[in-house]
Ligand binder design. Structure first.
Ligand SMILES: Nc1ncnc2c1ncn2[C@@H]1O[C@H](COP(=O)(O)OP(=O)(O)OP(=O)(O)O)[C@@H](O)[C@H]1O
Ligand SMILES: [Mg+2]
Length: 355
């Protein structure tokens, strides 16, 4: 059962005041909402050290080794190895069908890998106690239409055995800008408002890791801007964020590092500066030197000539002033130096082999 289909199930009929364990058993297990009690309620089963938030945080937030998933004939993931550090906002960037959602499902234990392994917050992917410390906004979010936003959140807070549920629910609603609609039914919410509600569910209880699968897909530009602010706030608090997106500007604006994934394979990983900087180029217009003068500077990068302009690709940024000084020292006249930054989109398309 997926989380999405779980969201359609009737409410468990437990006593809201009860502080016992959340519904369990095989049928309920995949349904555990993905958030995290910062401190368990009185009367809850004794938590493991990791559930109590005292586990050593020296382990990476996420670590996968050759993680693979095949659905019958479709290979969705072909051996993904990556490490997400604690406290970073990590972008998982790729086109439709690249394997982003599949990866998230494997990390959360919602699907089983057909190869490799994954550790999340130091525990094997899918570990139930650890799941309590992970907030999750699914790609296809659907919440109970007959509940109000506040009721959805208090239900999740109850399942998480959070103390002060109403307070947590209120805080989450305020964070995502739904405080004034708290008592309206989900059925009356626009798609964007439902996505905000999903984000509130993912933030409940201050999880250590928040996994967001395309969190702004239904949002207008203002909503996107707000969600990016929320993600930055999470980083400020030391929360690790794993962000699936195909929106390049989203990755550019909030991610510390990204992995670009395509056809189930990681094609690049690094900071955006690393991904873009490696291909930085500069265009030069120089007069007064014999043709081919640049051969003396071949070691700086790759040179090409185009209609009176020269292009140097791959030179370190601090090499350019020295190059200009050397040209002048040789009697050349530097008419123009135009730095060219490859856009993320160009680089993305290049990595995907589209050009
Ligand atoms: N349950 C499934 N059964 C069969 N094939 C699946 C299943 N889930 C995903 N796939 C296939 O796995 C591949 C990766 O899908 P996935 O949903 O992970 O992509 P994605 O990167 O999240 O794409 P999008 O940006 O469109 O959300 C696709 O070829 C998809 O058809
Ligand atoms: Mg997806």
């Amino acid at each position: 059962m997926s989380l999405e289909s779980w969201a359609e199930l009737p409410l468990p009929g437990d006593d809201p005041a009860a502080t016992g364990p959340a519904p369990g058993g095989p049928a309920d297990a995949p349904a555990l909402p993905a958030a995290v009690p910062a401190s368990p309620a009185a009367g809850a089963p004794a938590p493991s050290p990791s559930a109590a938030g005292t586990a050593p945080s020296s382990s990476p937030a996420i670590h996968t080794v050759e993680l693979a998933k095949r659905y019958r004939r479709t290979v969705a993931l072909r051996g993904l190895s990556m490490t997400v550090r604690r406290g970073e906002v990590f972008g998982f960037l790729g086109p439709n069908g690249a394997g982003k959602t599949t990866t998230v499902k494997l990390l959360l234990g919602l699907a089983r890998p057909t190869g490799g392994e994954a550790l999340v917050l130091g525990a094997p992917a899918g570990d139930v106690e650890t799941r309590r410390r992970i907030g999750y906004l699914p790609e296809l979010f659907r919440y109970q239409h007959w509940l109000t936003a506040r009721e959805v959140l208090t239900l999740h807070a109850r399942l998480l055995q959070l103390p002060r549920r109403e307070r947590f629910a209120e805080d989450a609603l305020t964070t995502v800008g739904l405080a004034t609609r708290a008592d309206d039914k989900v059925a009356s919410f626009s798609k964007g408002m439902q996505q905000r509600l999903g984000l509130a569910v993912a933030l409940l209880g201050e999880p250590d890791l928040v996994v967001l699968d395309e969190p702004t897909s239904a949002l207008d530009p203002v909503g996107r801007h707000e969600v990016r602010g929320i993600v930055r706030d999470l980083r400020q608090r030391g929360t690790t964020v794993f962000l699936n997106t195909h929106l390049l500007e989203e990755a550019e604006q909030v991610c510390d590092r990204v992995t670009v994934i395509d056809h189930g394979r990681a094609v690049a990983t690094g900071t955006l500066e690393e991904l873009l900087g490696a291909r930085a180029s500069v265009r030069l217009r120089v007069r007064g030197l014999p043709d081919g003068w640049w051969h003396a500077f071949a070691s700086l990068g790759t040179w090409s000539a185009e209609g009176g302009w020269l292009r140097l690709v791959g030179a370190p940024p601090d090499a350019v002033p020295e190059l200009v000084a050397a040209v002048v020292a040789r009697g050349g006249r530097v008419e123009a130096v135009v730095p060219e930054h490859q856009t993320l989109e160009d680089r993305f398309l290049e990595l995907l082999g589209a050009r």
